[in-house]
Structures are given as C-alpha cells and as structure tokens.
Design a protein around this ligand. Structure first.
Ligand SMILES: C[S@@+](CC[C@H](N)C(=O)[O-])C[C@H]1O[C@@H](n2cnc3c(N)ncnc32)[C@H](O)[C@@H]1O
Length: 377
C-alpha cells in the first residue's frame, strides 16, 4: 500500500459494509468508518514500535484498528461513555459474561418482586422513563456495580448503556421526543441479556481473529485542553483523529441519560465539550476563533509528543456558526502552523447517506488532512 499515492486511493468506501463486528456493540455519533483509520495506518504507520494517538478517540475506532495490527495506541476523550466504550472494545474479556448477566437478571427479578426499590435522583426521569422501567434499570445497575472483575463490569455497563434509549420514552437515538413505546420490564431484561451475548461474541471474535499479538490501548478520560505531555509517551509516530466541529454535534446530549444511569455527570461534560452548541448561543457567544484557539492548543500538545516528521491525519467537515459557513480546513491549517505542522495532502470524501443524520446543515463532504510535523516549536 505504501507505494500507492494517497490521492489515487478510494476514501469513500461506498457499499462496503462499513459498520461491522466489534464496531457495532454500542452506538456513537459521527464515528469513523473503520476503513478510514485502517487505510491511514496501512499507509502511514512507520513501524519502529512507535505509538498511535487519537486525541478525540470517541468510540475507539482508531484504537481498535491499531491494536488489531499489533500497534500500541493512546486515546483521549472528555466523554466518560466514549472512554468506557473504548476500553471495552480494546480489552479481552475473561470467560463468564453471559452467565453473570443471567445471574444479574435473576437477582434483579427477585428484588423487584420482594424489595422496595429506591430509584436514584436523575433530572426529568419521569418524562423519559416509565416507573417500572426506572425500577428495573435501578436493580440492574446496582447488580452491575457489585461485580468485582473490572473488564466484566465495564462490558456489562456498556451492554446496559447500549439499551438505555431503546427502553426509554425517547423516540430514537437521534430524535429527542418522548413517545410511548410500550416497553415492559421483561423487554428490559431480554434486551440486556441479548446485548451482553452480542458484546461477548464480538469481543472474542475480534481478539481471536488477530493474527499477531494485539497492541495495547491506553485511554485517558480528560478534556484535551488539560492534557499535558506528561500524560502521554514521547514516541507517537502517527495521529489519526476526527475532532469535534464547532456548533455541529453534541456528544454529551446524545449520551445524557446513559451517563446519568451509570453515575456520570453529563452537565460537567457539556461545559467542557468543544463544539457543543450551548457554547455558541448568544448568551455565551463563542465563535470560530475560540475553536481555532482550542485546536491550536491541541496541535501544540501533539508537537510535544510526536516524533519528528510524524504525520497527523485529521478528518474534518464544514460547520455553520451564526449562519456563517466555516472552512474547517483553513481553520485547522492556521491552528497547526505555529506548532510546526504543514499540510502535506488533502482528499475530499463524500459522506454516505446513512451518516447524514450526523452531518449538520446538509453538508455532505468532508476532508482528510495529512499534516507533517516539520519542526518542533
Ligand atoms: C467526531 S467525535 C470522534 C469519533 C471517533 N473518531 C470515533 O470513531 O468514534 C469527536 C469526539 O471529541 C470529543 N470531545 C469533545 N470535546 C472534547 C474535549 N474538550 N476534550 C476531549 N475530547 C473532546 C467528543 O466527546 C467526541 O467523542
């Protein structure tokens, strides 16, 4: 692959089955088509046991593809659901997930019948969850929290998280209207068991099919603007990422009730989320210059931890702030320059129709930018 030019390659991957296997265990908005990081790794990973970094790792697509190729990877994300999901997707599971899930359900049924259930305080809970569903979710989460083996516990949390919207009154993952879906407590238990069986199967398939020793993934749950070079190794040979865009998608909102049920704080995430829409409201006006500053800080960090001449691949779309179209390609170029990065290559790709729900304002093109670190500041 290394001899073929970046431009002559297909980056659209239309009709190719782009969402398969381990990448499907839990929804995540605006995630990478796995073929994108895969092809970038094949093209630009230099070997020499250097590490790959995704500073906005989301659901961990880059990390999964890297460890699949035997490469160690680091991921950073502000969102605790992103980090939990990334850890679950990159950690082999010990035997026993399905039997623990069955035991959890048996105990939960017993508790529901025989004990008073105290539902945790969650804002607006009655609007989004029927009272019997609230109780079922409470007993399941209590049981999950008492599991001592961490990778099993986290896989169970991801299973529960993956069914939260299904069992709520929320119309769908991307429609925030409350509707009556007539979900029963039995449905909750069945969906939970089904999700754990699926996760168990996909994780073992993924690890069993890796032909070499899998790489190791390290995941850092932090605001990128507070990460320092001390948090990361110094031998980063390749960065592959898709950053949040200004005023485009709200990850905290998408995962709000998942976070509440898992004891996480979505409001704290909202305050730090780059690109979240509340930051662009008139009462708290931010614009593309704020975004540029945030990206500048991010590139400065990258320049400190990347090896000389290493590449940073950014997948970016356009966005609209206060009705103005923002050219994120130019913006990132300006943000990267002071830290010694130059754009070496750009390709334009078409966002497939099924991902347009996540594209803002009918934007159906995005770019892959390849930066090279020419000199450290
Ligand atoms: C486009 S998504 C990345 C999706 C990822 N490529 C995948 O395949 O799942 C951008 C990510 O940036 C994260 N993010 C937003 N603000 C952040 C911040 N201040 N620090 C770290 N991550 C942040 C969001 O939580 C989101 O997961």
């Amino acid at each position: 692959l290394k001899n073929i030019s970046f431009h002559s390659m297909d980056w659209n991957f239309l009709n190719q089955g782009t969402n398969k296997g381990i990448h499907t265990i839990h929804p995540y908005p605006a995630k990478f088509i796995p073929q994108i990081p895969r092809q970038l790794l094949e093209l630009f990973y230099t070997g020499d046991s250097s590490v790959v970094l995704d500073p906005f790792c989301g659901s961990g697509t880059t990390l999964v593809e890297a460890i699949n190729m035997g490469i160690d990877a680091y991921g950073i994300d502000l969102n605790p659901i992103a980090c939990l999901l990334s850890r679950v997707k990159t950690t082999p599971l010990p035997y026993g997930l399905s039997s623990i899930a069955s035991k959890i359900v048996d105990t939960a049924k017993e508790l529901l019948q025989n004990e008073p259930i105290e539902v945790p305080y969650i804002p607006n809970l009655d609007h989004w969850f029927e009272p019997n569903i609230q109780k079922a979710l409470t007993v399941i989460t209590d049981q999950i929290n008492s599991v001592s083996e961490l990778s099993l516990k986290e896989a169970l949390q991801i299973a529960l998280s993956s069914i939260i919207v299904r069992v709520s009154n929320q119309e769908s993952d991307t429609r925030y209207a409350a509707v009556n879906k007539e979900i029963s407590v039995e449905n909750v238990f069945n969906l939970f068991i089904k999700a754990t069986t699926f996760i168990d199967k996909e994780i073992s398939l993924f690890f069993n099919n890796i032909s070499q020793t899998p790489g190791h993934a390290t995941i850092i749950n932090k605001d990128i603007l507070t990460v320092t070079e001390k948090d990361l190794p110094k031998n980063i040979g390749l960065v592959i990422t898709s950053p949040p865009y200004p005023n485009a998608y709200e990850y905290w909102l998408y995962h709000k009730y998942r976070m509440y049920w898992l004891g996480m704080d979505p409001i704290a995430v909202r305050q730090k989320e780059i690109g979240a829409r509340p930051n662009y409201f008139k009462t708290n006006p931010q614009d593309e210059h704020d975004f540029e500053k945030q990206m500048k800080t991010c590139f400065y960090l990258l320049s400190k931890v990347m090896k000389p001449s290493a590449k940073a691949c950014f997948l970016v779309g356009r966005s609209i702030i206060h009705k103005k179209k923002i050219d994120n390609v130019l913006l990132l170029q300006r943000a990267a320059k002071p830290s010694g990065f130059v754009i070496e290559d750009i390709v334009e790709r078409t966002i497939p129709k099924n991902r347009k729900a996540f594209a803002h304002g009918h934007i159906n093109k995005e770019h892959i930018l390849i930066f090279t670190l020419k000199e450290k500041p």
